[in-house]
Design a protein. Sequence first.
Length: 376
Amino acid sequence: MDNLSHLLDDLLLRILSLNTTKEAMATSLLSKRWRSLWTLVPGLSYDHSNHNGDYKSFTQFVYRSFLSNKAPILKHLHLSLGPDCPSVDIGLWINLALSRRVGELHIHIVIPYPKKVSVTLPSSLYTSENLQRLSLTNCVFLDGPVHVLLPSLKTLSLKTVTYTDNTSLQIFLSGCPNLEVLSVEDRYDGPPMDVIVVVPSLQRLHMSHGNIETRGTYVLDVPSLKSLEIRDSARCNFRQIENMPELVNARVCFGASSTHEFLKALTSVRRLTLTQPLTLKSEVAIYFSDMDNPSGWKPPSSVPECLLHSVEAFEWFQYKGRQVDREMATYVLKNALRLKTATFSTRLTDMGEKCQMLKELESVATASPSAQILFD
């Protein structure tokens, strides 16, 4: 600890803010200088697991340390709570943080499977003028009719939250005029839900859905989007995917889906990563399907615009080197005019088979003279 004694208080406070509040409070025993330093830390972080399930002790500690904090502005509040933590206490802690102009709020409710989430959040959370980052895990989202206005919110993460109805997400996003980063991860056992994202300011979007039965509709209208990642194990109906002229990076993983309309919107993409075997079909750019037993493949009647003029990096995971695979790979290599790298990875361990695959791919006359073929 002598190594820290020469540091300025501001730097020590930054170091303390990287720890939980319980750990920061423990430093008060070190010396007179440290006795009250923890009360000036501009962030509070609580983890129920540090109290061995004793919620009475935990809630008393949270209230005591919260009220002892004297930082002028509360930069962040992190709450990691168990399912038995009363909603009334959670609401009071959130309101205390909002009254301190908190800029970053993380609420993570640990819910052991198969128990259902029942933790609701106060309506005041949805009208904060200062909140810039919000992360919710296993909470009830928009419980009842709520007015939403979060003018400063830049980053939103929703993980396995419970939506009260099919319009909850859309209503919330309509009150976030300056949102730039959005991450949505659904429950694996949750009901099908439409995902409607109409956010002109959004730049990064990550969506992961686990319901393997069916999936609702995606509606994306995000003209400023630069990065897109979608993971979905369900069958989807893409009703309206448009207005992504600024898109640079896209990573797409589907189990079984109808992606015609979706992939038409990727005309400006510069880097497209596909994490399922692909099929190129007439009129559309790329269609994902289960290719364990391929019955053949026919190239589209015209080369997709995104393949001709936009794709610079191409990745094929679990390449198997079958005839249908070679035909599709050849089609991409011969038509991607701006291609810089084409990377193929395989699960094969036989070096002879790998070398043969590489020779076959390298023998293709690529449309781009600068294209490099890489084999992992």
